[in-house]
Ligand binder design. Structure first.
Ligand code: 1Q0
Length: 215
């Protein structure tokens, strides 16, 4: 019984992971950041195989970061801040065009960071939605306002098609596994400021080092 519970997505669990993301001096722990994404990928997988091309890409990026974290230079990958410092100082980042470091931690985290903005916008729409709001529309609007700007036409097209396969709001709230729609709304209200803070801190870090357009 406990086994099947473990497999279940719980929004609360994901949120708790994002809560653990910030150190006392407001750095971003990579371990918890990717754990948060792992939970979201699990959720996405539970929505069906049409989202496979999205969850696969996210899972690949999560794994790249985990490999750095568990690798011989893992101590430099504890926080996003220490990673940026280490990779820049050691010239491990392709800055203007793809070259010898196509999978740097910096560019990999940047992809997830951009997706976090999508998540923030989507969850805010969900939170303030009404019973007859369409998840596919909320998702597409959030996407067009964020990630889409970084994706080529073919990816935008595929994403748009996948969004149409999203379950409706009631079923969506159900899989979140939190409780009544009112409880979902309350939990989202609690979570959003946290997600937003993690996003802002990462954005500031990347802006400070001119890394927002890494290829
Ligand atoms: C619920 C529907 C999920 C919709 C996810 C929106 C994002 C669409 C993104 C489409 C990505 C297409 C795959 C490939 C993209 C890459 O080209 C791109 C750039 O990387 P690179 O190496 O080519 O330069 N990759 C990315 O932009 C990263 C995309 C990561 C997306 C991660 C989405 C994980 C989804 C989570 C589901 C969250 C459900 C939220 C509600 C749950 C409540 C807490």
């Amino acid at each position: 019984m406990a086994g099947s519970e473990d497999q279940k997505f719980s929004l609360l669990e994901v949120l708790n992971t994002f809560k653990l993301c910030l150190t006392d001096n407001k750095e971003v722990y990579i371990e918890h950041y990717v754990a948060g994404w792992r939970g979201l990928v699990k959720f996405l997988n539970s929505l069906g195989s049409v989202f496979g091309f999205i969850s696969k890409d996210a899972a690949t990026k999560i794994q790249i970061l985990i490999n750095y974290l568990n690798g011989e230079n893992g101590s430099h990958y504890v926080t996003a801040q220490s990673m940026v410092k280490y990779e820049l100082e050691n010239e491990l980042v392709d800055i203007t065009k793809r070259g010898s470091h196509p999978e740097s931690g910096c560019r990999t985290l940047l992809r997830l960071h951009r997706a976090l903005r999508w998540l923030e916008l989507f969850l805010e729409r969900l939170r303030t939605s009404t019973e007859d709001s369409k998840t596919s529309v909320m998702c597409a609007d959030a996407y067009n306002e964020s990630l889409a700007q970084h994706h080529p036409w073919v990816v935008r097209k595929a994403a748009g098609m996948a969004f149409c396969m999203l379950p409706g709001r009631p079923a969506f709230f159900e899989v979140m596994n939190v409780g009544s729609p009112e409880q979902v709304v309350a939990v989202l209200g609690e979570a959003l400021p946290l997600i937003s803070e993690v996003y802002q801190i990462t954005e500031a870090l990347y802006a400070q080092h001119n890394l927002l357009d890494l290829p």
